[in-house]
Design a protein around this ligand. Structure first.
Ligand SMILES: NC(=O)c1ccc[n+]([C@@H]2O[C@H](COP(=O)([O-])OP(=O)(O)OC[C@H]3O[C@@H](n4cnc5c(N)ncnc54)[C@H](OP(=O)(O)O)[C@@H]3O)[C@@H](O)[C@H]2O)c1
Length: 252
């Protein structure tokens, strides 16, 4: 079976391609680096010829509000139209837990549009909502950085390692379309302030984390449970502390 992974050169995309190949499928990693651009449409029809499933793991190169909206709008429209023309049977996409609660954020308005286009396309689909990746914790710290301090909300967060995300993406890709949203998350829930404190401490970063109820998460004010999944989420097995130790050991 031919599977096209849009964003197949990215963090989750490259790992998902490897798993799907191990499971015996013909996998095309599609991205600008391999000559396929979902925003301009370049190479899209050729890439999708003969494909049964498309997995969308692309991300906007810019996180500026309008750029994200333009990216997910153009990419989603071009991709879904090309899939319909190619006779694709299942569209799988990766989005974020709580996306529908985060409309104050420009980035999440882009994800909301991406999901809306999928739901309205008539294409059988599965939208996977993941929590934040362990690999993104540094980005969260940076988003709250103010000189020598990091200002963050104490809202709960339940991050997951990218390898566990990719395993879940491969499973949902090969399963029947859900025509709805499924949630995945890591095994441990904690306040964002605690998460980033642990991350900075382990990586030897001296900056102090300051709890700040007014600080926004990529533009959105958070309630305690905005970023965490419901009770039926599939949970990854990898724990944050063991991953942090592995990362440090790999650097040493
Ligand atoms: N970060 C998180 O914590 C988190 C949590 C939940 C969900 N997500 C979602 O996970 C998804 C994947 O994130 P990631 O971190 O794996 O992304 P990433 O590593 O930044 O990779 C982005 C991919 O998108 C491709 N791309 C960029 N512009 C494109 C275009 N015009 N046409 C086709 N492909 C294009 C890139 O291709 P090139 O390599 O050729 O540039 C790359 O393969 C995103 O949709 C994000 O919203 C992220």
């Amino acid at each position: 079976m031919k599977i096209v992974v849009i964003g197949g050169t990215g963090l989750i995309g490259s790992k998902t391609c490897a798993i799907l190949r191990e499971r015996g499928h013909e996998v095309l990693a599609a991205s600008p680096a391999t000559g396929v651009n979902t925003v301009t449409g370049e190479g899209l029809a050729e890439a999708l010829a003969g494909a049964s499933i498309v997995v969308d793991l692309a991300n906007s190169p810019s996180f500026e509000d309008q750029a994200v909206l333009d990216f997910f709008g153009a990419s989603g429209r071009n991709l879904l139209a090309a899939e319909a023309a190619a006779g694709v049977k299942h569209h799988v996409a990766l989005s974020v837990v709580g996306t529908d609660r985060l409309a104050e954020s420009g980035y999440f308005r882009g994800k909301i549009l991406q999901e809306k286009l999928i739901r309205e396309s008539g294409m059988p689909y599965t939208i996977v909502h993941s929590t934040q990746f362990f690999e993104f914790i540094g980005g969260i710290a940076q988003s709250g950085a103010q000189g020598n301090t990091v200002h963050l909300s104490k809202a709960n967060i339940q991050p997951i390692v990218s390898d566990d995300v990719a395993q879940a993406m491969a499973d949902y890709t090969l399963g029947a379309p859900v025509n709805g949203v499924v949630e995945i998350a890591g095994p441990d829930r904690m306040p964002m302030t605690e998460l980033v404190r642990q991350y900075l401490r382990t990586t030897g970063d001296q900056r102090e984390v300051v709890e700040d109820a007014g600080s926004r998460y990529f533009g959105a004010l958070l309630e305690d449970d905005t970023l965490v999944p419901g009770p039926n989420a599939r949970l990854g097995a990898t724990r944050l502390d063991s991953w942090l130790q592995q990362q440090q050991a790999a650097k040493a």
